[in-house]
Design a protein around this ligand. Structure first.
Ligand code: SAH
Ligand code: SF4
Ligand code: F3S
Length: 438
């Protein structure tokens, strides 16, 4: 085949983004080049997410579009993978309603994709290969990174927590951690390649248990010469250790930010969610983080309208949000997931009440984000410059340690470096600044 190009569309979290980087790496090794245009690709891959119903819907919408391309070009190979494919009912639907899909694979056998693709191309037949669980971690897969100066690094896979609303434990299998030496070797290689900032990835990074624990891993990474910034996503409040809080004191490369999903402010709801911590414990953690790093940025995830949530429970969420004064939050409407315990709960909250609460929470969050961002006006932030702004060609954009986007004017040759920027205006969703030349 002469045209060897691929197009990947990714839904979902950073874990999926990174899996797509691996798929791109594998395809590049096979001699494929990436293209922005689906129509021009010889291989299209959709990497799916199943965390909420709207992600499912968007996937089926996208598949519908691909059908038209397939009709015009029978050699167009369509592959679907990711979390949705780890559910039998989804595979059944794809096979029934979209029989022209060529390859279905899962989250646990990405490394086998080249073999699947070769046999499908050679034998002109369809292929479904999805594994139930992860088995041993496959090291050394090629990665084609999206960004030159920051990189995603898996440290653990899977989740053992079974929060009652969540599909992830069913799509990503049980927890497995990489050996710290493998992680360190990867990070050193990334740094040699120009990476300044790494984000350690896992569904529950702070339950990482390789040859060292999570705080131990951070301490080792903090020693890597040339590495400037360490972030991680996502941590679970029940597994925040005293050692991790101490690491914030000692490890200066650890960014001044923690994303700590709270999900709800009511103990009754937290219990029914199987979160295994209380509001009081969570607030105590926040206090300890702030004692250690007084100006740490704190962000969170919140679900509104979990089954049985009363107005009083929701008020507990609002009051917790006010008390913590988050820098920002991802807020979600509860979405029923097939096969999870909460699907069976009979006291589902009516849609209109969910939406009304959601809007109140978003209003409060926006008020707090604006307040937090305004408080930064006049301060100098260190910013990793990521590129030019999507909307204004002459404006650069980057992130502070606190994970806030800053837009400012400056020369293009500072892209990929960490520079001082004076914050001139704090807005609800980002900051404006002035580049301070040395
Ligand atoms: N492992 C991470 C995040 C997993 S999914 C963690 O535990 O923090 C990211 C977020 O999606 C979750 O934090 C939760 O807020 C949200 N989420 C997960 N399942 C959901 C559901 N069924 N409905 C609405 N939001 C959900
Ligand atoms: Fe889902 Fe809970 Fe695991 Fe996060 S910790 S992935 S919310 S089950
Ligand atoms: Fe979605 Fe799977 Fe991530 S369900 S949020 S892509 S782990």
């Amino acid at each position: 085949m002469s045209n060897k190009t691929f197009h990947i569309q990714t839904f979902g979290c950073a874990m999926n983004e990174h899996d797509s980087e691996t798929i791109a790496g594998l395809l590049s090794e096979m001699g494929y080049e990436s293209t922005e245009q689906k129509k021009e690709a010889s291989v299209a891959i959709i990497n799916t997410c199943s965390v909420r119903d709207n992600a499912d819907k968007r996937f089926f919408g996208t598949l519908g579009q691909l059908k038209k391309i397939k009709e015009m070009n029978p050699d167009f190979t369509v592959c679907v993978c990711g979390c949705m494919m780890q559910q039998q009912h989804v595979i059944d639907t794809v096979k029934q309603k979209y029989p022209w899909v060529d390859i279905i694979f899962g989250t646990h056998n990405i490394h086998q994709f080249p073999k699947l693709l070769e046999s499908v191309l050679g034998e002109k037949q369809k292929m479904v290969d999805v594994w139930d669980d992860g088995g041993d971690i496959v090291e050394g897969l090629p990665v084609k990174r999206q960004f030159a100066h920051k990189a995603l690094v898996n440290i653990m896979f899977g989740c053992n927590n079974f929060c009652t609303y969540c599909i992830v434990p069913y799509t990503r299998g049980r927890e497995r951690s990489r050996h710290s030496e493998e992680i360190l070797a990867e990070v050193r290689e990334l740094v040699r390649d120009g990476v300044q900032e790494i984000t350690l990835l896992g569904q529950n990074v702070n339950s990482y248990q390789g040859d060292v624990d999570f705080a131990g891993l951070i301490r080792k990474l903090n020693e890597v010469e040339g590495l400037e910034r360490i972030r991680f996503m996502t941590s679970h409040p029940k597994d925040i250790s005293e050692e991790l809080i101490r690491a914030y004191q000692d490890c200066h490369k650890l960014c001044n930010h923690i994303h700590l999903p709270v999900q709800a402010g009511s103990n009754r709801v937290l219990e029914r969610m199987n979160r295994k911590y209380t509001r009081e414990h969570y607030l105590d953690l926040i206090r300890k983080f702030r004692e250690t790093r007084p100006d740490i940025a704190i962000t969170t995830d919140i679900i509104v309208g979990f089954p049985g949530e009363t107005e009083e429970d929701f008020q507990d969420t609002l009051s917790l949000v006010r008390e913590v004064e988050y820098d920002s939050a991802f807020t979600f409407l509860y979405s029923v997931r097939k096969g999870t315990p909460a699907e069976k709960y009979e006291d589902q909250v009516p849609e209109d009440i969910k939406h009304e609460r959601f809007n109140r929470l978003v209003d409060l969050m926006n008020e707090l984000s604006l307040k937090k961002n305004k408080a930064l006006e006049g301060q100098v932030a260190s910013v990793l410059v990521e590129g030019t702004s999507k909307t204004k060609e002459d404006t650069l954009t980057g992130r502070t340690e606190g994970f806030k986007t800053v837009n400012f004017k400056g020369p293009k040759d500072i892209i990929g470096t960490i520079v001082p920027v004076r914050i001139t205006e704090g807005k609800t969703f980002n900051l404006e600044g002035i580049f301070i030349e040395k």
